[in-house]
Write a protein that binds this ligand. Sequence first.
Ligand code: ZN
Length: 448
Amino acid sequence: MSSSRPAWVDTQDASFPQFVLWCLGALGVEVQAEASGVYRLEVPLAGTGAEPAPPHPYAHLAGRRIRFAAGDAVGDGAVEQVALDSPLMHWLRGELAGPALPLQAVAARQPLTVHELTSQLFAPYVVEGGHAHLAGCTLEDRPFLRLSFIGGTSGASAPPLVHCFGATDGTLVSADLIDNLELHQLAVPSWRVPTLDRAVIEQWISVIRQRCAARAGADAGTLLAVTVVWCRYAEGKLTFSIGLKSVDVSFGGWARLLADGRVQPPPYTCPLTGLSSYRLTTTDDGRITVVEAIAVCAASGRRVLTQDLECCAVTGRHVLPAHLQTCPVSGQRALSSLFRMCPMCRQQVSPSGLEGDRCRACQRLSATTKADPRMARILGAFPKLDRWQRWKMAETQSAHILVGASFWHRVLLVVDKQTLDVLHVAGGTRWSGRWSEATAVQRDEWIG
Ligand SMILES: [Zn+2]
């Protein structure tokens, strides 16, 4: 098609004569405007299609000059009034049903270059300490099918005109999408649009025509023109870089809607947290995430992921796990700085693990015998302990605490529950609550 051809614009409320003008323009017929809504054309000799047009009943009009009136202008003997049964319309309908079918059109207002999209693509994002760039974007022409029906009676100068739009999946296009893509504002393509296979087109027309008929009821009118309307669809990838790292967001959408900001590319979804946002930032160690996933460690002040932090059971402060310790007595995870040593067993315990002047385990020593499997295991490892007659025992999550007594003396032994490593040994008298850490000699004498 020639790019010098006028790009007739079809509007939603276009009158029938205006639609006729649009069809003539799309067929490549040169139409000269005279005054007061009167137009003039020479009917092409060989038809308008790429293939020779088969003779139709009004082929004899070829080569004839026709003056016709559109809009409010009134025809007379020399000027034809555009109507369904006027000679011009007979010729035009023959052309529209012939090899020229379907007409080709593009949405009149849509981006032609990626550059027209760029600023709107970046607009939703905030990248703290970094930048965004377009890693790739393609604009692809995607087709809709427009079926134009006319109703009314023969001789009517302005019969009702109904456009029906179909998508490639065989569904009818919603009124919202028609409005958003401005599919009622069409132009003749000024660039080469894709070529669709004839059989595919005819099957598509058949499907959409059935859908239109089902929607319109018994009579959708007479199919006058079929137009393939091309709209540009954008697909691409945005890359966000902060420091040495970068992440991508893929997007796709109608170029018109992306350029207008009516459709936004999706937010970034952080794979570390599953959170989505248009605000990107990094942790202190350089991991890119969304602002909503960031928290500050109350102990170190480091910016980390919320999920990296753990709550101190005593203070309720959220800190990195490295700042917490598990109390062997209470099982609580609490800030290491809060732990105190039990003066008896020398274990580090949290505030809730202390009771009075010692830990709750040491407060709850209970009598046991050598028959207790735990005692039997410990005596097996340390046979010298067998000299002590009476035993009391307690345990924490990590240690056994044993107190053995003879007539005069007492011994305190703290061993690791798993390994039986000796953690602490102390001695005392039966009438004193005080313990003294065992000397090397005493350790050797008591436990070997
Ligand atoms: Zn203790």
